[in-house]
Write a protein that binds this ligand. Structure first.
Ligand code: C2E
Ligand code: MG
Ligand code: MG
Ligand code: MG
Length: 282
């Protein structure tokens, strides 16, 4: 009796695992075609100044429009890109797309001095030996002003080789690319990395902002992160701001920048342009 149950449990487990693996393989196959069939798009979520309401830049976020399944969340397909290694090619596409977008926004006078576009860099991309040189070679092909590009990394980049990570960040920072530590507070040792990685910006993870109104602990954590960041001379961006009340608290704590559905989700280039035209520089 017991033995039988045990065996069932194992089979059930195997089936579930096999199911997951096969779904990932199907997705991987689909992702192989996605680039050449132009199923990807880069969307833009505005970043705003908490105090002036000005748009100070944007985060570029990848979107995948599957021919049958429709829009698929990055939370589902980014991990598959990572494990399959396809992230290298797709990451390169994201960088080029970002540069192209910046170039056209600049030429149309919509990208004001000081504005920055952030792109997300996954650990597998960042840890390649040729990462920094590849990025520099790519951006050389575009006419971009200095300091317009920012790269969002997570502490996942520094499994083991902290020194290499520091070198990579430093060499790109010297060439006018800044770095942000994304999803701050969700990792295992955020604070110890903060001490070592030469980043300019801290992005407070949206899981802390979500309950900032009702959860006193989250409020204390956010206030502490903001205070610490400011004392360390870092810029602070709060992610996932969905309402005015959350924005008011961030203002009170002195967080300078925010992103979130309260102002706008990530939108396609056309809509982003409309948004920039509507909010002229102050
Ligand atoms: P992330 O970099 O932390 O991006 C923030 C996520 O929060 C985005 O999800 C954004 O759409 C979402 N978000 C923004 N404002 C709000 C809000 O007010 N409420 C809520 N609930 N969510 C909000 P998205 O676009 O689904 O991307 C998920 C993750 O996928 C990103 O997290 C990033 O880690 C990864 N990702 C997206 N694009 C790229 C890319 O081009 N390259 C790499 N390597 N990763 C990417
Ligand atoms: Mg990000
Ligand atoms: Mg984030
Ligand atoms: Mg993330």
């Amino acid at each position: 009796q017991v033995k039988e149950k045990g065996r069932d449990a194992i089979e059930f487990f195997n089936e579930e695992m096999a199911d997951k693996v096969s779904r990932q393989l199907v997705m991987e196959g689909d992702l192989h075609r996605a680039l050449e069939e132009e199923q990807f798009a880069l969307y833009f979520q505005p970043k705003l100044d908490v105090f002036t309401g000005e748009v100070v830049g944007a985060e570029a976020l990848l979107r995948w429009f599957h021919p049958e399944k429709g829009l698929i969340s990055p939370f589902e397909f980014i991990p598959v890109l990572e494990t399959s290694g396809l992230i290298i090619e797709v990451g390169q596409w994201v960088l080029e797309q970002a540069c192209e977008s910046l170039q056209s926004l600049c030429s149309e006078g919509l990208w004001r001095p000081g504005m920055q576009l952030s792109i997300n860099i996954s650990p597998r991309q960042f840890r390649r030996e040729s990462f920094a040189s590849g990025v520099l070679a790519t951006i050389e092909g575009y006419q971009l002003p200095d300091n317009v590009l920012d790269m969002e990394i997570t502490e996942g980049i520094v499994i083991q080789q902290v020194e290499e990570a520091i070198d990579t960040i430093t060499s790109l920072t010297e060439r006018g690319i800044s770095f942000s530590l994304d999803d701050f507070g969700t990792g295992y040792s955020s604070i110890s990395y903060l001490k070592r990685l030469p980043v300019a910006t801290l992005k407070i993870d949206k899981s802390f902002i979500r309950d900032i109104i009702d959860d006193r602990n989250d409020r204390v954590l956010v206030e502490t992160i903001i205070t610490m960041g400011r004392l360390l001379g870092l810029e602070l961006v709060a992610e996932g701001v969905e309402n005015k009340e959350q924005l008011e608290i961030l203002k009170e704590y002195g967080c300078q920048f925010y992103q979130g559905f309260y102002f706008s989700p990530a939108v396609a280039m056309e809509e982003f342009v409309t948004l920039l035209e509507k909010r002229p520089s102050k």
